[in-house]
Design a protein around this ligand. Sequence first.
Ligand SMILES: [Zn+2]
Length: 281
Amino acid sequence: MKKNVLILSVVVGILFSGTVAAGWGGINIPTPPPPVIPTPPPPVIVTPPSLPTPEQAREAMGKALSEVVNDGSDIVNTSLDTQTSISSQILGDEISGIVEVVNIPNRQVVSYSTTAVKGIAYVIETGDLELIAELFANPVLAQSSVLLAAELQRSRDTHYPRSKPVPTAIKSVLRHIFPNSVLERARYTIGTVQPTLQNLVNKTRKGKHANHAIVADDVIVFSSEPSLSEPSLNDLKFWAHEIRHVAQYQEWSVLGFAKRYIKDWEDVEADADSYGEKAKN
Ligand SMILES: [Zn+2]
């Protein structure tokens, strides 16, 4: 009996499992309902901090750089002055004079690196990022441009105190080719400009005009007295050429001018010559 029950339950079990298996095969599994996507909470709108525009960022960077350089060069110059004054107290004026001479290269380094960073600060401020990129990509050009810019800046600072505004007679006949801002900014003096540029200009420009001039930023340094009134056409051409250089400095910065002069001095001069020609018309 027990054996029969066992067999029966096995048979029922097989049948039952067969039914179940057959049943699964035949059932249509309903397409599951689309998942319920919870509605996301409304985004929290954060007011973005007011970011500076690229122009504002550049200007801020440029100003910060300038300030750092001014502070830095003040510190170095003050410490050099202190060295000189201490040595003069301890060793007497004669020896301290030697200390001062020894310090000249240090002061030049200060002046050159100041010019370099000021130049970079300037181009950042004015947005002439092309100039920065070009100088960073070409260390030789960067170095020579900075040295020339420093020389030009020193020449300009040396000559500026004795310089005079462009004579009214000249300005009034050149108004048709230069904006007032350029004519009012340009100044002139008589003198010589220190080595680098002097040599460069003498090599390239000799013989074009009996008088010759070098422009250091806003100061035109003539080698001899230029015509101040009743200028001939040639005089006007000469003045216009030099005043165009003043405008170039204004447009490109001292560093930018130095870079262009080293790289393409002929282009820079051709541009100035074109104004010389305009002056005659
Ligand atoms: Zn020129």
